[in-house]
Design a protein around this ligand. Structure first.
Ligand SMILES: Nc1ncnc2c1[nH]c(=O)n2[C@H]1C[C@H](O)[C@@H](COP(=O)(O)OP(=O)(O)OP(=O)(O)O)O1
Length: 163
């Protein structure tokens, strides 16, 4: 089974009113051109937190620590499990976000997250994750590979459960 991760670093906003989340505009691969958190596929022998830390470092040069598990999302394509994504958030990091070949990072106020430029399912679970909730979700896509060209057709969500 393909395991992937997403990491959402959070900070108090510059104006000290509300919070910002670090998103990336993905420059290549699955979800190219869309906003998402830093993340990617787990390598053999790597735990999901190790993967989220590595991918965040590789994509935007930020060293994240004290990851908090916020969700577990299963993506199905034409009835089969395509991937399971482990979602983390953290308020602990060092460094400054820097663009890479894979990703252009941007701090965005959580009320301004551009859901119209993200995966179709993100608006269903990301607001709760950014509020501090936990979620387990299943998202069904149809239409064949690649996943980011398939149609999002149905979902189930469970909130505030152990992840
Ligand atoms: N439906 C949906 N909503 C939100 N986020 C995602 C999805 N499907 C997904 O796959 N994702 C996330 C999960 C991962 O973080 C990325 C896809 O990562 P990956 O498959 O690794 O993409 P690549 O960039 O092509 O590969 P590597 O960076 O690992 O080489 O999207």
């Amino acid at each position: 089974m393909l395991e992937t991760t997403l990491c959402f670093p959070l900070r108090d906003s510059d104006s000290n009113v509300g919070r910002d989340v670090l998103l990336i505009e993905k420059r290549r691969g699955l979800g190219e051109g869309w906003y998402n958190g830093p993340g990617g596929k787990c390598e053999p022998g790597e735990t999901p937190p190790e993967c989220a830390i590595r991918e965040t470092r590789e994509e935007v040069g930020l060293e994240v620590t004290a990851l908090e598990k916020a969700g577990e999302l299963t993506f199905l394509l034409d009835g089969d499990t395509h991937s399971v994504c482990h979602v983390f958030r953290t308020r602990s990091f060092t460094g400054e976000p820097t663009a890479s070949d894979e990703a252009h990072p941007e701090w965005i106020a959580i009320e301004d997250v551009p859901y119209d430029r993200m995966w179709d399912d993100d608006h269903l679970w990301l607001p709760g994750v950014l509020e501090g909730r936990t979620v387990v979700g299943e998202f069904r896509f149809e239409g064949g590979e690649p996943l980011d060209e398939a149609e999002f057709v149905a979902h189930d969500l469970e909130w505030d459960v152990s992840v």
